[in-house]
Design a protein around this ligand. Sequence first.
Ligand SMILES: Nc1ncnc2c1ncn2[C@@H]1O[C@H](COP(=O)(O)OP(=O)(O)OP(=O)(O)O)[C@@H](O)[C@H]1O
Ligand SMILES: [Mg+2]
Length: 162
Amino acid sequence: MIIVLAQTKGGVGKTTLAVNLAVARSVAGSDLLLVDADEQATASDFTAIRTEKLGSPGYTAIQLSGSAVRTQVLQLAAKYDDIIIDAGGRDTSGLRAALTVANVAVVPFQPRSFDIWTLDKVARPHCRSAQLQPDLAGVGGAKLRRRTGRRQRSGCDSLEQC
Ligand SMILES: Nc1ncnc2c1ncn2[C@@H]1O[C@H](COP(=O)(O)OP(=O)(O)OP(=O)(O)O)[C@@H](O)[C@H]1O
Ligand SMILES: [Mg+2]
């Protein structure tokens, strides 16, 4: 399965989810490829630290950008059980390329008004990509944070059909 963490709003937990999914899937036995398509390269930094601590991260990690996200992921798809793409926090050609090859787009967001208002804008590149990748499924997930000592309820809904 090819999963892209796709949200144009920054700081919503894309990289945190990407690296945790990568570790969880690889620990479960999946031959996993983590694609860092964000120029901030936080997922790559995480992988470097994990390699330093453990000797091996347990998965393969590469950096890609722009249209190479599509071409290289298509090239590598048959070689891996799962591919996870951290597409960064802006509407880039890399994000759009990722959306054309992914089976699932996970869209984390903070459960606050301004953040929820951006979801329509995020859905636009998804809808364009859905024409190239009709099987693309979108999943929205609310970022949890502790407030007033109580853990907020998580939200997870499918994005509306394009
Ligand atoms: N579920 C969560 N609950 C609380 N804090 C979180 C959660 N997920 C991530 N964070 C924290 O939120 C911050 C931003 O997370 P992260 O870097 O994963 O976001 P991002 O969407 O990848 O950001 P960017 O758009 O800059 O790439 C980090 O400090 C991270 O530790
Ligand atoms: Mg990030």
